[in-house]
Design a protein around this ligand. Structure first.
Ligand code: CMP
Length: 140
């Protein structure tokens, strides 16, 4: 298995509760390395662009409002099969379905305020990383 990269967001429900470190520790304990990280206030345009794939979904407007309701931490994570490693430690989208020990099981408040986002494929990881980072901001 190769060392790859994935993209992560620590969402506003987690930054509001001062959980940036606790979430990052879970990621690191899962074998992932934070090779880029910045705390930002997303604009409405950024949130709409990032989640454009969901724009026909009934939850789209609420999702955008939530993602701009406070700061987020966008990160590039590197590790063996990083997309899968990150998805495993995140847990299911709905915290009610998330396995014990996962980030969403421990920290998420709801399916919307679910503490973290992670890319679902290598292809989308590259698109999402490029959405928020220049290559010179990523230091492996
Ligand atoms: P995320 O991985 O960031 O991708 C899309 C987000 O939409 C998802 O996590 C959830 O936080 C959010 N969301 C809100 N409502 C729903 C829903 N009913 N089904 C799936 N995702 C939802």
């Amino acid at each position: 298995m190769a060392v790859t990269r994935t993209f992560s967001i620590i969402k506003p429900d987690a930054t509001r509760r001062n959980l940036t470190g606790a979430v990052t520790k879970k990621l690191e304990d899962a074998g992932l390395r934070v090779v880029a990280s910045k705390r930002i206030q997303m604009t409405k345009e950024q949130a709409e662009g990032f989640y454009a794939v969901h724009k026909e979904r009934p939850f789209f407007n609420d999702l955008v409002s939530f993602m701009i309701s406070g700061p987020v931490v966008v990160q590039v994570l590197e590790g063996e099969d990083a997309v899968k490693a990150n998805r495993d430690v995140m847990g299911a989208t709905n915290p009610a379905d998330a396995a014990e020990g996962t980030i969403r099981k421990e920290f998420a408040e709801s399916i919307e305020a679910n503490s973290v986002h992670g890319s679902d494929s290598d292809e989308n990881a590259k698109i999402e990383i490029d959405f928020f980072f220049n290559e010179d901001e990523i230091v492996g």
